[in-house]
Design a protein around this ligand. Structure first.
Ligand SMILES: [Zn+2]
Length: 723
């Protein structure tokens, strides 16, 4: 069996299914696709290749076509994938990726003037010819195609007004995008001003791709590896993550490039797309030199085939070719479906594959206890590198592949850094080959593995005694977002192997003798380490709480909990109900906190860390009033702000104000964020309480006593002074 199906014969695949099975499969596919959409667009961390994604999407579309009664408007086939970090989606994300804002959307959102749709895609020339036949049927006028190399980056929509860049939005969900204007100012190829007098329309929007050249990508990942940060899976995700950096000035270091390929202007009359793009180039906008006007589909096919190999020598990533009907009048006639234009299609290049033999399988236990099967392979060349290892993902995937030791397997570089096994060549299987079976116990500590309800992975539950998990706990604790201690994974591994550290507090009792026994450690490294230990004693409580590594407590949640319960004692004594009342705290997290404090070992660690001098409560300076400009004011907050709600509360309190619990006659203002509560707004209106925007609130706060108290900063900086 080859795992890849022939996509043309999909219907055959589903004919044998009964209705009930089809419904179940449809639901499973939707869930899976939604998950992959989230990984791709929001986390910038895909776990499958585009090709696999497209196959799943096609399966779903085909099944929905056979069983239209099961189509729902919310199906992934009916909507565009979204890169928006809505609070609901980003909630409790356990990602280490600093590019993924934890729990909150940092960008203001604006609607696109015209929806940003996706493109129909295909992997075969036959379908491209069918696309052409449909157009031929529609018109008897002559037409041509614009055939453009598809840059593999992240979508951008630029608005220019009177020659100046007014706004840059990400694709978002196709209707609404994140405002990344500030960030795009640090991308040199995006002009802030167009060439004066070059004839651009007064207002227009132009869409394109932000991408990262391979050289910049390699450099970035190299730096991230040195800093022990999670590497980006591919240049596309690196580009998407970089475009959404919280600090705009950091964007310039990422060497992003931009290419624009779709102009929408009302007051601008040119007959073809090619002409429009030529004009855009003359205004000073970056356009592609890898586009060609083709007079028929045969020419298109030729151009595509000419790039299949040649593209591998380009210094930036490409994943296909976009074919567009060139004449605007015909584009207009063909129109759109809800999701895609009928006048364009993306031809995608197939990912490279190699066939090699499976030698053995390692079962790696990660920091969270997740067990991942990794195949050791007979070395083989793939996309310019030698591949020796590949991931098998999880037990389900192994079962699906029905993998046997000694099998010949297809390897591919998908979304991830480590290649993956995508299929087994059954014709080459030895008669006596033994199936590979996923272990039932932890390969490190022997504890029976468990599987969480909605997780595809098996976990070792022995988090306190299983070596990779203990080391993981230390690595999390010393991380930049936690205690920020000057040591790396290798150091932790040595310290643990030598028996110098067992519990977190042991880090604070290491002797010079012990430290000097570490590989390459000299007086200087010992001194640096000790300085960072000293500094960690003033790290605010919220970060210490995050550092403890209580399951499901992310960076933002840790801050919310610290603000709400003020100290580790307060958190320990909190009831389940009180925990659930805290912003961002769900049932799993509440139970995890309660479970954590039941363990005597954990209580002992907390005592010892307190003795070592760590901040286990909100310090006196943290609650100190910064100003009294809001004194006597009761301020009610509702909706989402540009900062976490807890930060907003702290801000009000730090400036002498009081945060109200409900709208009453005594309320001074209602500060309405995005998605403000309807009931509160109505009540405020009824009582004549001023309803103001977040921005206005900062202005009012600043003008109360003529003092500019500024506004709270989006993420860490301000919180650090508050917690
Ligand atoms: Zn274990």
């Amino acid at each position: 069996m080859i795992y890849y199906q022939n996509m043309v014969n999909l219907e055959v695949k589903f004919v044998l299914m009964n209705k009930k099975e089809a419904k179940a499969r449809i639901e499973a596919l939707r869930n899976e696709l939604n998950r992959h959409n989230h990984n791709y667009y929001v986390l910038n961390n895909p776990t499958i290749s585009d090709y696999e994604f497209d196959i799943l999407m096609r399966d779903l579309a085909q099944l929905e076509k056979l069983y239209p009664e099961f189509i729902i408007p919310d199906s992934p086939t009916q909507k565009v994938g979204s890169d928006l970090e809505t609070p609901a989606e980003a909630k409790q994300e356990k990602s280490n990726n600093s590019e993924v804002p934890d729990g909150k959307n940092h960008f203001r959102q604006f609607p696109h003037k015209h929806p940003m749709l996706s493109l129909a895609n295909t992997y075969n020339i036959e379908e491209l010819k069918e696309f052409d036949q449909r157009i031929r049927k529609f018109t008897d006028q002559p037409y041509s195609y614009s055939c453009e190399l598809k840059f593999d980056g992240t979508g951008i929509n630029l608005y220019y007004k009177d020659g100046a860049l007014e706004r840059a939005l990400t694709r978002g969900d196709g209707t609404v995008g994140d405002d990344v204007t500030e960030n795009t100012k640090h991308i040199p190829s995006i002009p802030q001003h167009l060439r004066p007098g070059s004839g651009y329309p007064a207002e227009f929007e132009i869409r394109g791709e932000i991408y990262m050249p391979y050289e910049a990508f390699d450099k970035l990942n190299y730096e991230r590896e040195l800093n022990e940060e999670q590497e980006f899976a591919n240049p596309r995700n690196a580009a998407a993550g970089s475009l959404k950096l919280i600090e705009p000035s950091q964007v310039s270091g990422r060497c992003l490039e931009c290419i624009l390929y779709h102009l929408i202007a009302e007051e601008f009359d040119v007959p073809t797309h090619t002409k429009a793009i030529e004009c855009a180039a003359s205004w000073g906008l970056p356009t592609s030199e890898y586009a060609k006007e083709c007079s028929n589909i045969e020419e298109v096919t030729e151009y595509i085939q000419s790039w299949d190999e040649k593209r591998k020598t380009l210094p930036f990533p490409t994943d296909g070719m976009v074919v567009k009907v060139n004449q605007f009048a015909l584009q207009k006639g063909l129109g759109y479906t809800a999701k895609i234009p009928r006048w364009a299609v993306a031809y995608k290049f197939k990912p490279e594959q190699a066939l090699t033999q499976l030698i053995s399988i390692d079962y790696q236990v990660g920091r969270t206890g997740a067990v991942t099967p990794v195949a050791n392979l007979r070395p083989v060349q793939l996309s310019g590198t030698v591949v020796k290892r590949a991931t098998l993902h999880n037990a389900d995937q192994m079962k699906l592949l029905d993998i046997h030791y000694g099998d010949y397997v297809y390897v591919e570089k998908g979304g991830e850094i480590i290649p993956k096994i995508t299929g087994v060549e059954l014709s080459k299987r030895a008669v006596n080959a033994q199936p590979a079976i996923f272990p039932s116990v932890c390969p490190v500590c022997g504890t029976s593995l468990v599987r969480d309800e909605d997780e595809a992975k098996f976990f070792c539950p022995n988090s306190d005694n299983c070596t990779p998990q203990i080391e993981g706990k230390f690595i999390h604790f010393i991380g930049r977002k936690a205690l920020n201690i000057n040591a790396g994974e290798a150091t932790i591994h040595q310290l643990f192997t030598k028996g110098y550290i067992k519990e977190l507090e042991d880090l604070y009792n290491l002797t010079d003798f012990q430290l000097l026994s570490l590989d390459k450690w000299k007086e200087k490294s010992v001194a640096n380490f000790k300085t960072s230990l000293e500094k960690s004693k003033s790290v605010p409580f919220g970060k210490v709480l995050f550092g403890l590594g209580i399951r499901f407590i992310g960076e933002t949640t840790a801050k919310s909990l610290a603000a709400r319960f003020k100290s580790i004692e307060g958190l320990k004594n909190a009831t389940r109900e009180e925990l659930l009342e805290t912003e961002d705290v769900g049932k799993a997290l509440a139970d995890s906190i309660i479970g954590y404090f039941k363990e005597p070992r954990h209580l002992n660690t907390i005592e010892k860390l307190k003795e070592a001098g760590l901040q286990l409560e909100i310090g006196a300076s943290d609650t100190k009033v910064v100003s009294n400009v809001l004194q006597g004011k009761t301020i009610m907050i509702t909706g989402n702000y540009s900062v976490p709600r807890e930060t907003m509360k702290q801000y009000i309190e730090a400036h002498g104000g009081k945060v109200g619990s409900s709208v009453t006659g005594n309320t001074s203002y209602l500060v309405a964020g995005e998605k403000a509560g309807d009931a509160k707004l109505k009540k405020a209106e009824k009582l004549g309480i001023p309803v103001i925007s977040e921005e206005d609130f900062y202005k009012i706060a600043a003008s109360e006593k003529g003092a500019d108290i500024g506004k709270p900063n989006g993420e860490n900086e301000k919180d650090e002074t508050l917690f």
